[in-house]
Design a protein around this ligand. Structure first.
Ligand SMILES: Nc1ncnc2c1ncn2[C@@H]1O[C@H](COP(=O)(O)OP(=O)(O)OP(=O)(O)O)[C@@H](O)[C@H]1O
Ligand SMILES: [Mg+2]
Length: 307
């Protein structure tokens, strides 16, 4: 349904998106996952016709997002990152205005507005000024707007950012439900969000796609190789262990007790005893030393921390 081919976007001489290609099949919910600044919003703005690509091509339902942008916009509901809403309008007035822009009038308009108000839990605030709504409610207005014309494709840029835990849970349920009728591309920098709502994920880092697969395959790929976990009750400079035999790379994390080191692809038999000896010599209290099958989260951290 969404087809992206070698898309590149420069801001001045900075390449925010480089040679990005992916597909979102009809009827699927696909997560667009990446850390801050990865290029998620830029890609989505190109797909929705708000930015033009420097090179490459994207189509939605077979229509070119640049050459057929009017037709493309009819087929997508876009919820932007910082939903630009008219603060001095009331929720129902705003939706009425937006429906008009999307060519939805008359009885259908009333029906659609009632439906999205209900669907996005906005009935209680339908007469409230948008400027006086909390962030979570504004997000819902953004989503309601995206759903107004009942488009086959939804492009949602961080739909749950800024929501409280209860709202996050209900939004996820809503997105899953919407996935039964719409093709959805949703961006987030939170892996668990993708695990809970999406069929597959595209991981983007520094403007490039670094992985794209179903969640099962990504998790399987992550768990293929054992890593070694070591926890010390000291602050440790990870450079001090890099030279140990059997050590290829190390990812260090401060934890409550001290430092947690993860060696993503070690020679465990060689490294583990050498690490224990070094810890003894240096007086770093070794709390834990064990091999582990990495999770999807480890894979994500590893991918996004690589240069
Ligand atoms: N209008 C702009 N002019 C110049 N640089 C920009 C512009 N918009 C974005 N960038 C840069 O492009 C890169 C990608 O930005 P983008 O907003 O697409 O990232 P993102 O993945 O959506 O990040 P976040 O998770 O923080 O929303 C960033 O380094 C950003 O600073
Ligand atoms: Mg963004």
């Amino acid at each position: 349904m969404i087809h992206v081919d070698k898309l590149t976007k420069y801001y001045g001489d900075y390449a925010a998106v480089r040679d990005v290609s992916f597909d979102v099949p009809a009827g699927k919910i696909v997560g667009f996952l990446g850390p801050n600044g990865a290029g998620k919003s830029t890609t989505m703005r190109v797909l929705t016709g708000y930015l033009t690509a420097t090179s490459g091509k994207a189509t939605i339902a077979g229509l070119d997002v640049f050459w057929d942008s009017v037709e493309v916009r009819r087929r997508i509901g876009y919820m932007a990152e910082n939903c630009p809403l008219y603060k001095e309008m009331r929720v129902n007035e705003y939706l009425k205005f937006r429906a008009g822009l999307k060519g939805v009038y008359g009885r259908l308009r009333r029906q659609r507005i009632d439906f999205v108000l209900e669907r996005c839990w906005l009935n209680d605030v339908r007469r409230q000024l948008i400027g006086t709504l909390s962030k979570g409610y504004r997000q819902r207005v953004g989503l309601a707007d995206a759903l107004l014309a009942s488009p086959p494709v939804l492009i949602l840029d961080e739909p749950t950012s800024g929501l409280d835990p209860t709202q996050i849970r209900s939004s996820r349920e809503l997105i899953r439900e919407l996935g039964q009728e719409h093709t959805i591309l949703l961006s987030t920098h939170i892996l668990s969000e993708v695990e809970m709502t999406c069929d597959s994920a595209i991981i983007i880092n520094r403007g490039r796609v670094v992985a794209a697969d179903s969640l099962e395959n990504l998790a399987r790929r992550a768990g293929e190789k054992e890593s070694l976990i070591a926890v010390f009750d000291h602050a440790i400079d990870p450079d001090l262990v890099l030279d140990l035999p059997g050590c290829d790379r190390v990812i260090s994390e401060q934890v409550a007790v001290g430092t947690r080191l993860r060696f993503p692809s070690p020679d465990v038999q060689t490294l583990a005893p050498r690490l224990a000896t070094l810890a003894g010599e240096k007086g770093w209290g070794l709390r834990e030393l064990r091999p582990e099958r990495p999770t999807l989260e480890d894979l994500f951290v590893e991918i996004t921390e690589q240069e």
